[in-house]
Ligand binder design. Structure first.
Ligand code: PLP
Length: 458
């Protein structure tokens, strides 16, 4: 008979299960268990050895309100005692209230949501809605994007080495460049470039069959795992114009950037541009329970009054997940977290620029709100990247992992193992100035491991 008593549960046993029974995401399967986290509070977490560490990445840019907030735990317990979930063909109070709340905090007339369990699922729904509404098949995406680990979301995660082994590709996928000014694919410099990258999209849509064939474009407003790429201010207003011209739907993937991360509720608020479809997850429940959502503008929602909505899931609109989001979302305003993200983000960006001056391996610093990246190079003048693009999927070619290891030893977690040459600092939005100083001091020491690979200039 299987029960917990029949499974040995000493420290060595758990370590062995991690190595023999668990699949670790996006990595060669390790021969040692990663450190085991036993508790977390606020901006810190504690491992089994009793050590407390600073969470400078909000786990995966998800735990925006910090760990173990009692208000959320209480709401989860209350809902769990009443109704954890029910068949999505029936209404529940948390689902009805959450979809209304999302309509109130998102820009423009975004108003009807499909509530799922995470970011990849939210993007799957967005792509399907795009196909169903336009009747067109082609989806446009930008190189250096990550939209999730499921098949379609991974297919549009193009130029991310994690997707190379598993993209579907084919004629229905169109790839265009990012507004990545540090490494412009057109070799131009902003603002003299007159935004070649966005004008190029217009040309590509025309060449790919325009309003007949191209259904939508999916993008991260500020690119996350592939390098904290912040677009120039004119980029999204111009892209909106191009999409309107062709009837191409804009899908803003706000899975990382949503819920205050960039200093506004959603990153698209910075440019006053309303996308046709917006996806969200992470900061909606901050990891207290898994949840994602795909919200669409009114006319898109209305389309499905007399067209079959061909999407669904057993746990769509999960009541416990929705109740969690209902507890989390008001905290952003109650605790002024969005303002804190803007204010502390500006401070973190300044401190990151000091790191750039001090370290041979830091070629560029970019950010918006508490979403700040350090781009690592071998040579600041030539901008030769510190690691090759495929370092994440090839063994033995990733000095960035040494920085990540050093950060761990020094007592901090940052997003240092992502595929790009960028270390992202994205602490919970509750972070204080003193805690930022603490994190920057640790980063300062850890970057010495990167300097060892960089060429010293002048
Ligand atoms: C921009 C973006 N979209 C989608 C996803 C996928 O979200 P999930 O891991 O919840 O499926 C991620 C995850 O990191 C992300 O950063």
């Amino acid at each position: 008979m299987i029960n917990l008593k029949t499974i040995a549960s000493g420290k060595e046993d758990l370590d062995r299960y991690e190595v023999e029974n668990n699949f670790q995401s996006w990595s060669y399967q390790p021969d040692r268990s990663p450190p085991r986290v036993v508790s977390a509070k606020g901006v810190r977490f504690t491992t089994e050895d009793g050590r407390e560490r600073l969470d400078f990445s909000s786990c995966f840019v998800s735990h925006n309100i910090g760990h173990q907030d009692p208000r959320v735990i209480e709401a989860i317990c209350r809902q769990a005692g009443t109704l954890t979930s029910f068949a999505p063909s029936m209404s529940t109070r948390p689902r009805a209230l959450l979809t209304r709340m999302l309509a109130e905090i998102t820009p423009g007339d975004l108003s009807r949501s499909f509530v799922s369990l995470g970011g990849a699922e939210a993007n799957e729904a967005a792509i399907k809605i795009c196909h169903q509404v336009t009747g067109r098949r082609k989806i446009m995406t930008r190189f250096r994007s990550y939209h999730g680990g499921t098949t379609a979301s991974m297919t549009v995660s193009t130029g991310d080495a994690r997707s190379w082994a598993q993209v579907l590709g084919g004629a229905e996928l169109i790839r265009v460049p990012q507004p990545y000014c540090y490494r412009c694919m057109f070799g131009l410099t902003y603002p003299d470039c007159a935004l070649r990258c966005v004008k190029y999209i217009d040309e590509v849509i025309a060449l790919e069959g325009g309003g007949e064939k191209v259904a939508g474009i999916i993008f991260e407003p500020v690119t996350g795992a592939n390098g904290i790429i912040v677009p120039p201010p004119e980029y999204f207003p111009e892209l909106r114009g191009i999409c309107d011209k062709w009837g191409v739907l804009m899908i803003a993937d706000e899975v990382m950037t949503g819920f205050g991360r960039t200093g506004k509720w959603f990153a698209m608020n910075h440019w006053d541009v309303v996308p046709d479809i917006m996806t969200m997850a992470k900061g909606m429940t901050c990891g207290y329970l898994p949840l994602g959502a795909t919200i669409v503008r009114k006319h898109i929602g209305d389309h499905f009054k007399d067209h079959f909505f061909s999407h669904g899931a057993t746990y769509a609109g999960h009541a416990l997940g929705c109740a969690t989001a209902l507890a989390v979302i008001p905290i952003y305003q109650e605790d002024n977290l969005i303002e804190n993200s803007a204010k502390m983000g500006a401070y973190l960006l300044d401190r990151a620029r000091e790191l750039q001056e001090r370290h041979a391996c830091v070629g560029d610093v970019r950010g918006m709100g508490l979403f700040v990246g350090l781009e690592l190079v071998k040579n600041k003048k030539t901008k030769e990247p510190l690691i090759p693009l495929d370092a994440k999927i090839r063994p033995g070619t990733n000095p960035k992992l040494e920085i990540a290891k050093r950060l761990g030893e020094l007592g901090m977690m940052a997003m240092a193992a992502n595929p790009a040459n960028v270390i992202a600092m994205a602490p919970p939005l509750i972070i204080s100035k003193a805690e930022i100083d603490e994190g920057v001091a640790i980063m300062d020491k850890a970057l010495e491991a990167g300097d060892a690979y960089a060429e010293k200039i002048g």
